[in-house]
Design a binder for this molecule. Structure first.
Ligand code: CTP
Length: 153
């Protein structure tokens, strides 16, 4: 019988931590389904992404180890998805340990170790820092141009 694995996430600014988790989850079975959080669902959680839902799900649909990407639009859809897709294993990174234990009535639940040192939140923080230093560089360049122009007054 085909062993189906299911996971969910936002997958904003898709990075190697996401990829490694998906590859390991796919390795637990024959087919991997990924639920991608919609923008509306994220808004309801107070989460804002850089990349919009249509692009995020397009990336997931084209990751080699992912067989199917579906929208995740509510907390409650998991049990229905498990039954609709004949899921044997539900898996998430271990930052979610314990949060989905109730699903063990419907299938096996696993939490795999996260990849250290990378997260979408960190990438967003870094973009902000870079952005600030970029503004500072622009200011310096403008000051320099101003001082050169003054010489010709
Ligand atoms: N994940 C992982 N290793 C990382 C980052 C994420 O294994 N370094 C896993 C999470 O545990 C989750 C899945 O990837 O099961 C999707 O996580 P998501 O929340 O979309 O990614 P994060 O980078 O953790 O985003 P954020 O920092 O916004 O929580």
């Amino acid at each position: 019988m085909t062993k189906v694995v299911l996971t969910y996430g936002t997958f904003d600014l898709f990075h190697v931590g996401h990829l490694r988790l998906l590859k390991r989850l796919r390795g637990l079975g024959d087919r991997l389904i990924v639920g991608v959080s919609t923008d509306e669902f994220n808004r309801s959680k107070g989460k804002q992404t850089i990349i919009g839902f249509p692009e995020r799900i397009e990336i997931l649909q084209n990751v080699g180890c992912v067989d199917l990407a579906i929208p995740e639009s509510s907390w409650d859809q998991k049990v229905e998805d498990i039954h609709t897709h004949g899921v044997s294993i539900f898996g998430m990174g271990d930052d979610w340990t314990g949060k989905f234990d109730h699903l063990s009535e419907d299938c096996e639940v696993v939490y795999l170790p996260r990849t250290e040192g990378v997260s979408s939140t960190d990438l967003k923080r870094m973009l902000k820092i870079l952005d600030r230093s970029h503004v500072a560089d622009l200011k310096k360049a403008l000051d320099l141009i101003g001082s050169i122009v003054e010489r010709f007054d």
